[in-house]
Design a protein around this ligand. Structure first.
Ligand code: GUN
Ligand code: FE
Length: 447
């Protein structure tokens, strides 16, 4: 006997299962099982659609101006930086960390403050359509566990990592793990504590901050912990001239090769930024199954270069998108999709008007809106190895509704001129949070 849907959603949707494919699901019924899995997608009026509508426990109808999209996957968020979102972007990375960011992150020793921030941040990100979030926490175990608990309570799919950092020069005395051994043990306890929540949605992730903040012993120990626990790993990689150069100076090799030698490049490892990766780095990342979180807005402040997204994708490396809150002063991942297009165009054309046009840019760097949206949904899901980001049978129903008749943004579809491709383009470029209606994670309404 076929399973009765817990939910049936009726309307028109868009998704980008590959970087070059916009698939239009016109007037369909999406049947979702009690476990959140999409059972089937059927044309309205078909026998299967009628059966789903007859038997579903709940039916949700989109209005004619609404469109269904897969939920957004934000691969890179610094949760404790939420209170400085929109501020403090006047300093280069190495000073920004010590003067603004470490002092703020140190405050999460106060669990009550942490809880207050999480209770504001997680629902706000869900309202922006972020159905999967990959979080750096702080060094504090209680605050990190409280973040995981908030994700469970709010129904957000998440990977939550306690930050490990112990380097005597790369961290301040007042914000660091006491020793490498202490950092490894705290990370192990944090993995266990998040797993003990027993949530199918919320998983731990091992989080060495970046090489300059970590001792060799800590990095090796966390690589071993990843192998032992099977938890995913996240860190920063070749982000800026300073950071990339500091690692070259310390080891004589790039971040990528150093991280690889420590066992930290694994299937599902999320490498934030990657702006200064070379061809041999890309080959190593590809063969290990790690992926890159492209953070286009943050990169305009800290990277000293534009991430060559198209070239990295063409090298066969998995790529998704991140806000890098609060390095990027924009909490929405749909906005980052539009920014990924913009930054790729600047890379393609170049930026210095004194140079002849033919020498100004990097050819073949352009991303279109479909490719960028793919990165923000299916691309991110593929980095993490989780079945979300596509509206297709067998995937989890993590999805959002966008209203294209928008007072907030001025978006409107004109029957005379707008086909589905243009409607999709408008959604990616113009949607404001107020235009996002229903949000589901694993078939459960969370907004
Ligand atoms: N590198 C190490 N820590 C950070 C951080 O908090 N933000 C960014 N953008 N880069 C980092
Ligand atoms: Fe970051």
């Amino acid at each position: 006997m076929t399973q009765h849907p817990a939910l049936a959603v009726v309307g028109t949707g868009y998704h980008a299962p590959t970087a070059s494919q916009l698939e239009v699901l016109e007037h369909v019924v999406i049947a979702v099982g009690a476990d959140g899995v999409i059972l089937g997608i059927h044309p309205q009026g078909s026998e299967a659609a009628d059966a789903a509508l007859r038997t579903a426990a709940q039916v949700h109808h989109l209005t004619p101006s609404q469109r269904l999209l897969p939920g957004l996957v934000d691969l890179h968020i610094h949760a404790p930086q939420w209170p400085q979102l929109g501020t403090g972007l006047d300093l280069p990375l190495e000073r920004w960390l010590f003067e603004y960011t470490f002092p703020l992150e140190a405050r999460y020793a106060d669990l009550a403050f942490a809880r207050e921030v999480w209770a504001h941040m997680v629902p706000t990100l869900l309202a922006h359509g972020t159905t999967t979030a990959v979080y750096f926490g702080s060094v504090h175990e209680p605050a990190t566990l409280a973040l995981a608990e908030q994700c469970v309570a709010s129904g957000q799919r998440a990977f939550v990592g306690r930050v490990a950092m112990d380097h005597p020069e790369g961290t301040p005395t007042w914000y660091r793990d006491e020793s490498a051994a202490a950092g490894i043990e705290a990370s192990r306890r944090s993995v266990d504590a998040v797993r003990a929540l027993g949530s199918a949605l919320v998983q731990p992730i091992i989080t060495p901050r970046f090489i300059p903040a970590c001792s060799d012993e800590l990095l090796h120990g966390l690589g071993a912990l990843a192998a032992e626990t099977g938890a995913l790993v996240q860190t920063h990689c070749s982000e800026s001239d300073w950071e990339h150069g500091a690692v070259l100076q310390r080891y004589g090799i790039s971040d990528t090769h150093a991280l690889h030698s420590m066992g930290l490049l694994r299937e599902g490892t999320v490498l934030a930024h990657g702006n200064h990766l070379g061809a041999d780095d890309l080959a190593t990342i590809r063969t290990t199954g790690a992926g890159v979180a492209h953070c286009p807005l943050s990169n305009s402040y800290f990277a000293n270069a534009v991430f060559p997204a198209r070239r990295v994708m063409d090298a066969g490396v998995k790529v998704g998108l991140g806000t890098d809150i609060a390095g990027g002063a924009e909490p929405g991942l749909l906005a980052q999709c539009a920014l990924a297009v913009t930054s790729s165009r600047m890379l393609h054309d170049g930026v210095d008007q004194h140079l002849p046009a033919g020498e100004r840019g990097v050819p073949d760097s352009r991303l279109d809106v479909v490719a960028a949206f793919h990165l923000g949904t299916a691309g991110g899901a593929d980095v993490l190895g989780i079945p979300v980001g596509r509206l297709q049978a067998g995937c989890q129903f993590d999805a959002i509704v966008v209203d294209t008749a928008s007072a907030a943004s001025g978006m409107r579809l004109w029957d005379e001129v707008d086909d589905h491709a243009r409607a999709f383009e408008k959604i990616v470029r113009l949607t404001k949070p107020a235009d996002i209606g229903a949000v589901w994670v694993a078939g459960r309404a969370v907004k």
